[in-house]
Structure formats: C-alpha cells, structure tokens
Write a new protein. Structure first.
Length: 185
C-alpha cells in the first residue's frame, strides 16, 4: 500500500516538474548571465524571445552587449526588436538621452522615451515595483521636480511616497534610495 502511494507521488512529481524543466525561465538566463556564462544565457533568452517574450529579447540584447566584439554592434538590433515587441526597458535603452545607450551604433530615437514611460505606467499599475521606481527616476530628472523639490508637500515628498510604493511592490533597489534620503536629511 505504501509503495503504491510512493509511486503515485513520484509520478505526479515527474508530471508536474517536467514542463518546468522543459521550458527554461528568464531567471535561468539571468542566473547564467550573472555567472558570465554568456552562451547559456544567450540560448535561454533566444528561446524565450522567439516565443514572443519581449523582456527576454531585451536581456538577449544586453547579453550581446556584454559579450563584446561584433555581437555588441548587433545588440542595438536586438534591443530595437524588444522595444517593438513592447519592452519598456529596451525602449529606454534606445533613448538618446540615456547615458547607457550607444546611440552611435544603435538606432536611437527620442520617441522611445515616451513609449517607455507608457510601458512603465502600465507595469506599475500591475504591481511591478521596478517600473514604479523607473517612473520615480524619470520624475526626479524633470524640470518640474527640480523647481518644486524644496516646496513643502511637493517634489521630494511625492518621490519618497513613490519609492515606498516601489519597495512595497517588491523592488528592493528602492530601499537604497530611501536610505540615501534619510542620510541626506
């Protein structure tokens, strides 16, 4: 009787875990990228990108950039494809005002900034803390923020609320921003 239950549990485990092992997730690619296994990361992101995952396509572009050589030149094409698929992070990388873009090699255009903001607003409403934080950083860089920063109830207090919301949505990077705000004040 006990061996029958054990065989049923084993069969269920195999059935449930097989699809998870058969389809690599984006986290597998990020882990490979973190450990500098570029070919493995490239393979994972390529597979997911071909299935229509825009964020995986964005990470494929980043992987190409990190690999260097001729692939670095091809990273712009991959990021453009990810941006056209709807990834706001790729759109941001194609903004000529972004310090991390290589606009001399990539097809940059300032229209991507507005599209990235739209994408981040949508993701923020869905509970994505990193998108909420990206919006915070965009607002902090605006003329309006610099003008109202020191007015009570305006600038900085609103940004701190956004940072707290971002942290509550699960983005741990917002904690650094909040700690710096505490130290400065």
């Amino acid at each position: 009787m006990q061996s029958r239950y054990l065989s049923i549990v084993t069969l269920l485990y195999i059935v449930v875990s097989f699809p998870l092992q058969a389809m690599p997730g984006i986290h597998n690619g990020l882990d490979a990228l973190w450990h500098h296994h570029y070919q493995k990361a490239e393979k994972v992101f390529q597979e997911l990108g071909e299935q229509g995952d825009a964020h995986a396509m964005y990470w494929l572009g980043n992987t190409y950039q990190l690999e260097g050589g001729m692939k670095r030149l091809d990273a712009g094409r991959i990021l453009l494809k990810a941006a056209r698929m709807g990834d706001p992070w790729a759109m941001d990388r194609l903004d000529p005002d972004n310090a991390f873009s290589f606009c001399s090699f990539w097809p940059c255009n300032s229209k991507w900034r507005d599209k990235a903001l739209e994408g981040w607003k949508k993701l923020s409403k869905e509970g994505n803390g990193k998108a909420t934080f990206a919006l915070l950083l965009q607002k902090e860089d605006s003329y309006w923020y610099r003008f109202t920063k020191w007015l009570p109830g305006m600038g900085q207090q609103k940004l701190n609320k956004m940072a707290i919301k971002s942290y509550q949505q699960g983005y741990q990077g917002a904690s650094i921003y909040l700690i710096i705000e505490i130290i400065i004040r």
